[in-house]
Design a binder for this molecule. Structure first.
Ligand SMILES: *Cc1c(COP(=O)(O)O)cnc(C)c1O
Length: 432
């Protein structure tokens, strides 16, 4: 679901024509829809209503202050992976006592800061980390709330760069060792065993792997609850989104197709998982990132040149892999549509950026409208793992980011001034 639609042949975000935004703010630019963010948050929140639960938005998917502010306003909790993200959430008005801190490499400084801010829980990924948290908490005369991350060794059947729940991955504590780790942790004076956590991967498009993982760890979670008085169980994030609408709508009655029936929605997720989780009597946390923000954002770009070489047609645009790395990094698919609807035949095209890397492409040999120089187009579903993974490679400034709310829009990140790219650099003292 999202709020990007054509009105009179022009692509709108909610009540705002995107062409107008480009005229005012230039290109490339990211556009986010507030109503889509709220809708996604609320649909999951409401589907989990039968459970005592907390939705902790995974800030790493998109940590723009405007986006975080919308979710803080809905009462969301947050899943964070660094001190920087926690500082952003506080700056955006989020509540640290609803934050869980994940990640395999938390530094002493990060642990101390998060303890001082009173976060809900550290999701601990190893025994050495547990010892470090205990030591820092002792120094600060506190008890640190923790949950150990279980690696359930379940394959989420997603892209290898986003599978996290098997022993091939660096995440969590092996399923078989978890009880020993809790037993040892229980003897650490400054550790408060508050919960247990898992996260099996990202962009899951079926509910089955979640079901399998939850069912597998359930008896273990029951024992941990009894032995250590736990309060919560976090089942992680990973709910996938539809990037390619033709996959869902490929057949005339697509909603009857097996693929569509299995489509992961908050309702189908809750239908399978709530009955499994309810008898536990624990508070259930979920940590969705992509599901909340993925379809709530697009990247808009302008065609600079069209270049025909032999059998290939290259549409060269002013956005590049430094703005949206997902196609290069994860072989990801982003739907590409014109801001102004075009008639005529589709032509096979590669849409590519200006960066000097062969990996700098958004699609290859895809039938697209016959784009010409100056056309504006949108890369859809770019809200998650888009701007946050951006870089200044090739000394390209970060694009402007805009949040739309009904007929209003606000710049939530200014376009980066070019000379700020090297503002922290200087020549060595011996250079003239
Ligand atoms: C990345 C991550 C998430 C969010 O994943 P999505 O696929 O964006 O929902 C949640 N929890 C943890 C621990 C993560 O590392």
């Amino acid at each position: 679901m999202h709020d990007f639609k054509y009105v009179n042949g022009r692509l709108h975000c909610e009540g705002v024509a995107i062409e107008g935004l480009v005229r005012r703010h230039g290109s490339p630019l990211y556009v986010y829809s507030q109503s889509t963010l709220v809708h996604h948050f609320q649909s999951l929140h409401q589907a989990l209503e039968p459970l005592d639960h907390l939705v902790c938005y995974a800030a790493k998917a998109n940590s723009n202050l405007g986006v975080l502010g919308v979710l803080a306003g809905e009462g969301s909790g947050f899943d964070i992976v660094s001190q920087g993200e926690l500082r952003r959430i506080i700056a955006a008005g989020g509540d640290p006592s609803k934050c869980v801190f994940a990640g395999v490499g938390k530094s002493e400084e990060e642990i101390a800061y998060a303890l001082e801010q009173g976060i809900y829980s550290f999701n601990v990924e190893s025994e050495p980390e547990l010892l470090r948290i205990n030591r820092v908490a002792a120094r600060l005369k506190r008890r640190a709330p923790v949950a150990v991350r279980i690696n359930p060794n379940v394959d989420a059947h997603t892209h290898s760069k986003i599978t996290t729940g098997t022993y091939e991955n660096k995440f969590g504590v092996a399923f078989e060792l978890v009880e020993q780790v809790y037993a040892r942790a229980a003897r650490l004076k400054n550790i408060w065993l508050r919960g247990v956590q898992m996260h099996i991967g990202s962009q899951l498009t079926e509910v089955k792997p979640f079901e399998l993982a939850v069912a597998k760890v359930l008896p273990l979670v029951v024992r941990l609850k009894e032995n250590h008085g736990l309060e919560f169980f976090s089942i992680g994030g990973g709910i996938g989104i539809v990037y390619d609408p033709s996959l869902a709508s490929g057949t005339a009655q697509w909603w009857k197709s097996p693929a569509a029936r299995k489509l992961l929605t908050p309702a189908s997720y809750a239908q399978k998982l709530v009955p499994l989780l309810q008898p536990l009597g624990l508070r259930i946390l979920v940590e969705p990132g992509r599901f909340i923000v993925g379809n709530a954002g697009i990247l808009v770009t302008r065609v600079e040149y069209v270049k025909q070489t032999g059998r290939k047609r290259f549409v060269i645009v002013d956005a590049a892999m430094n703005d949206l790395i997902r196609p290069a990094f994860y072989d990801a698919y982003h739907e590409i549509v014109p801001l102004r609807r075009k008639v005529g035949k589709l032509v096979k095209s590669d849409v590519v950026g200006p960066i000097c890397e062969s990996g700098d492409y958004f699609c290859k040999d895809r039938p697209l409208p016959g784009f010409v120089e100056g056309d504006l187009l949108a890369l859809m579903s770019a809200g998650a793992y888009g701007s946050v993974m951006g870089s200044n490679y090739n000394s390209r400034p970060f694009p402007v980011e805009i949040l739309v709310n009904g007929r209003k829009h606000a710049v939530v990140r200014e376009r980066q001034p070019i000379d700020s790219i090297w503002a922290l650099e200087k020549k060595a003292v011996w250079q003239k």
